[in-house]
Ligand binder design. Structure first.
Ligand code: DHE
Length: 548
């Protein structure tokens, strides 16, 4: 039995009406009962169960429990996955406590016994309904803190913004801005519940964060100390945000991907004023005409060659090419691919986009300028590339993915010639099992880095492997340095491409460890009260120019 420890930490929000949606209302009185055969929940229990589900389960099972990377969890089943009523209280408890070999974490010891008992009942009654959240609701949450006219027209400092790093402190709901040249922490800003990713504007001036509360926060780096200049909530739950990068549209528009409700929202990138919302519900990609209401928007990338974003609609397996020339009425072309789309990135030319259909064990390749599906490639169990990474060696130009479900790095040839769009090489990392989340290299580097964050073996999840780009042989396994205790996750290079920053989270001594990419020696360890479970790190230059 796989023994994943803490996957998503306990983050309780005092009072909620829907998953993570804060209200000022007092907790509901315990009178209305949600009922199924022999099962009942008070309103307060329903609310608490919803919050636990949102924090810990919705990412894989879907907010409306219809299933995604994990199976559906509906009282009467969905014709494919078993009915939760049939699994019953004892069956559900066994799954929740022990996890599954398919990758579900083991929640015993993380959730209290009474919360596990509550979840066995919560999962046997109908899921709560997602209330509407459209343009009107979005506009009500919009806060323009510093109007454009009141912002500086040039930097108020002599620092190199291009080498700033935005670092997510997930559990604290904060983003730290660090000067990558001096390694000084410039500021730690409160950005919302469980921030997930950061992206930068095409000019590099603004950093945008998005979190699991659907909140987008816009940070200006021109001020002496970076500051929040606007905020908006795009949905109840989300994971992705991106900006317009095509010539003539720099710093103009922002796109937001809603998990719940599932939609694509476009905002003004200078102010975050919401401009339009397009729901993503629709038929699935595989032609069976199954209509999918919860069609969450997973990764989004911005094209440098056309005025479009590529938005990946997870449950439907649709790649949506969103033309933002008219942001109020965006033209969206859908390309049917494979379920369930998750994370991905550009090939080295910026012409092709590769995305993991993780539950189908596939990587989908899209020719973006021609809006065409090129190929669907079988790679391994649950590919999880992050944005992937591009390297070049005797096998050609290769885009790399790691896997969550098995110990495998797959190298897909992206340049023309024999073997294009096939896996030309596979390599194993140290030890057994999967659990890898991210890979990273840099055009100037001779190294390829991979983590094993969700591997149950503490020795593996706290270390990273470094491979030689030319030979694809393992160069070294780097253990967590002394004084650092946690799981290693996610990599980012500095602007020059000679340092690698690694986060250590979910342990007693969080840190950001900076390695010299040439010597693989530790250059600096960033720790302190403010370094709380760091996750993603985003260098302004690399994020703006999609260097990975
Ligand atoms: Fe992520 C990227 C969704 C769990 C850290 N994560 C993404 C993206 C998606 C996603 C759709 C791509 C965004 C893009 O490119 O536009 N992640 C999800 C989930 O649904 C999931 C499985 C469960 C959940 O409830 O969130 C999940 N992710 C995690 C984690 O547990 C991680 C390790 C820590 C955390 O934040 O909870 C984590 N995800 C990240 C990071 C990225 C990311 C650091 C950005 C990678 C990059 O280099 O761009």
């Amino acid at each position: 039995m796989k023994r994943f420890k803490i996957y998503l930490l306990v983050l309780l929000v005092a009072s909620v009406n829907f998953y993570g949606c804060k209200t000022d209302k007092k907790p509901a009185e315990d009178k209305t009962l949600a009922k199924a055969e022999g099962i009942s929940l008070t309103d307060a229990e329903m609310e608490h169960g919803s919050q636990i589900f949102f924090d810990k389960c919705a990412g894989c099972h879907g907010s409306s429990r219809k299933g995604a990377t994990g199976p559906s969890l509906l009282p009467d089943g969905n014709g494919k996955d078993p009915a939760t009523k049939a699994l019953g209280t004892a069956g559900l408890r066994a799954f929740i406590e022990n996890g599954t070999p398919g990758g579900m974490p083991e929640w015993k010891g993380i959730l209290s016994d009474s919360d596990i008992e509550l979840m066995t009942r919560f999962l046997q009654v109908d899921p709560p309904v997602v209330p509407p959240f459209g343009l009107k609701e979005m506009k009500e949450t919009w806060k323009l803190i510093v109007p454009v006219a009141d912002r500086p027209t040039k930097p108020e400092h002599n620092r190199n913004i291009n080498n700033y790093f935005g670092v997510i402190m997930r559990d604290a709901g904060k983003v730290a801005i660090i000067d990558g040249d001096t390694k000084e922490k410039l500021v730690v800003l409160k950005t919302g519940f469980a921030v997930h990713i950061l992206r930068t504007s095409a000019s590099g001036r603004y950093i945008y964060s998005v979190g699991r509360d659907g909140r987008i926060t816009m940070i200006d780096t021109y001020t002496k100390v970076p500051q929040i200049v606007a905020e908006v909530r795009g949905a109840f739950d989300s994971r992705s945000v991106e900006v317009s990068k095509y010539k003539g549209y720099e710093d103009k528009y922002l796109v937001f991907g809603g998990y719940s409700p599932s939609h694509i929202a476009i905002m003004d990138a200078q102010t975050l004023e919401p401009l339009s919302v397009t729901p993503t519900a629709g038929n699935a990609c595989d032609g069976d005409k199954e209509f999918i209401e919860e069609a969450r928007v997973a990764s989004i990338v911005a094209s440098h060659t056309d005025p479009v974003w590529i938005c990946n609609v997870k449950e439907r397996g649709m790649v949506d090419i969103v033309d933002y020339t008219d942001p109020v009425h965006p033209k969206i072309e859908e390309i049917p691919t494979a379920r369930f789309l998750h994370d991905g990135g550009w090939d080295a030319t910026g012409h092709y986009f590769l995305v993991a259909a993780n539950a189908s064990n596939k990587i989908v390749v899209i020719d973006v300028p021609n809006k065409k599906l090129v190929k669907i490639i079988e790679t391994g169990i649950k590919p999880h590339p992050g944005r992937g990474t591009n390297i070049k060696n005797k096998w050609g130009s290769l885009w790399v993915t790691s896997h969550l479900g098995e110990n495998k790095l797959s190298f897909i040839k992206t340049d023309k010639g024999p073997g294009q769009w096939t896996v030309v090489k596979e390599v194993k990392a140290t030890g057994d099992g999967g659990g890898a989340l991210f890979v990273k290299s840099h055009p100037k580097s001779k190294h390829l880095w991979v983590d094993r964050t969700l591997n149950p073996d503490a020795a593996l999840n706290s270390s990273v492997d470094v491979f030689d780009v030319a030979t694809l042989e393992l160069v070294k396994t780097l253990k967590a340095p002394e004084g650092v205790v946690g799981r290693a996750v996610h990599f980012e290079y500095n602007q020059k491409g000679d340092e690698v920053w690694v986060s250590y989270f979910m342990g007693e001594k969080s840190a950001i460890v900076i390695y010299d990419d040439k010597t693989l020696k530790v250059k600096q360890i960033i720790q302190g009260d403010w370094v709380e479970n760091p996750t993603g790190k985003f260098n302004v230059y690399n994020t703006t120019h999609d260097i990975y």
